[in-house]
Design a protein around this ligand. Structure first.
Ligand SMILES: Nc1ncnc2c1ncn2[C@@H]1O[C@H](COP(=O)(O)OP(=O)(O)O)[C@@H](O)[C@H]1O
Ligand SMILES: [Mg+2]
Length: 293
């Protein structure tokens, strides 16, 4: 019987996460996998100490964003789904945009903030002028690290942009062209093992420019066209993801633009909308990869 770990963050407690963990565990059980939930804090964050701990474990579903732990586990010999480098590339929106652009995957025009330091901040904002000139207003500002739409802002003017950036202190962020044709609406394409397995359209009902379900958006099943599917699959491939929740915007001529990519997708709302339990696809993909080893 294959033995796996479902590695979760020790400090975040929410029913939203618990629901995902139960689905993954149930799907693993049904395929004869012994999947145990392991809290990140219960593991030694040391390659040498982990070597022994992972000896009898065949794989781990890495549902945390602790990239250091992920890299340590891999160095100790454990196969992670998703890999440490894939989680790292998705977690940071500036890095995601950089990898996607480099791979030729369509994204809205995006500029990353230059690096500053804690206690120093952005004391020279000239770089905002060139971004504003290229992107115009309104523009989207996203903190490099964030989820559920909570760290994504719409700057309507140069003054608004300046005050958002001031509030961010020294945090890194991206500035992105606002895709007006996709206002309050986008697709969540779930990709597993290089295939789009379930897609839903999400839309805001409050007039918010963000469509996140957590921010009050609604979700319905959706049949993606070839281009939308191909763009989502290309994004997952460029980021080396075994599985992904890919957010796809509707470009001005209906063309797909990749908004962002999630390495630990919250697939409960997709299940509610489409009836497809992505955890089953993930477990099937893991088994396929383990058999290939
Ligand atoms: N460039 C953009 N143009 C139009 N809408 C956007 C753009 N970027 C993000 N959004 C909207 O904001 C939402 C949240 O942004 P996203 O990058 O997915 O961050 P999060 O990780 O918080 O979900 C998206 O689902 C989309 O509805
Ligand atoms: Mg998103």
């Amino acid at each position: 019987m294959p033995k796996g770990w479902l590695i979760v963050n020790s400090f975040i407690h929410s029913s939203k996460f618990d629901g995902i963990y139960s689905m993954l565990k149930a799907s693993a059980d049904s395929r004869g996998i012994d999947l145990r939930v392991v809290k990140s804090g219960s593991l030694p964050h040391s390659v040498n100490a982990l070597r022994n701990a992972v000896k009898d474990v065949n794989f781990a579903l890495f549902w945390d964003k602790d990239v250091i732990l992920a890299k340590q586990l891999e160095a100790a010999g454990l196969r992670l789904f998703n890999s440490a480098s894939a989680v790292e590339k998705c977690d940071n929106k500036a890095l995601t945009a950089t990898v996607l652009e480099a791979a030729g995957v369509p994204v809205p025009e995006t500029y990353c903030s230059p690096l500053t330091f804690e206690g120093v901040g952005y004391n020279d904002t000239a770089f905002l002028d060139s971004a504003a000139e290229r992107l115009g207003f309104p523009m989207v500002v996203k903190e490099n690290f964030g989820s559920f739409g909570a760290q994504v802002y719409l700057a309507e003017s140069r003054e608004a942009l300046e005050s958002i950036v001031e509030r961010l202190g020294s945090k890194g962020f991206v500035m992105q062209k606002f895709v007006e044709s996709s206002r309050g609406r986008d697709l969540r394409v779930n990709v597993v093992g290089g295939k789009a397995v379930a897609t839903a359209v999400r839309y805001s009902v409050s007039g918010d420019f963000r469509s996140n379900v957590t921010a009050g958006g609604r979700i319905l099943p959706y049949c993606p066209d070839e281009r939308q599917e191909a763009a989502a699959v290309a994004a997952a491939e460029a980021l080396d993801l075994d599985f992904a929740g890919v957010d796809v915007l509707f470009g001005p001529s209906g063309e797909p633009l990749i908004c962002e990519v999630n390495s630990n997708p919250h697939f409960k709302s997709t299940l509610e909308a489409t009836g497809r339990d992505i955890s089953r696809d993930i477990i099937a993909h893991v088994l396929k990869c383990l058999r290939r080893r």
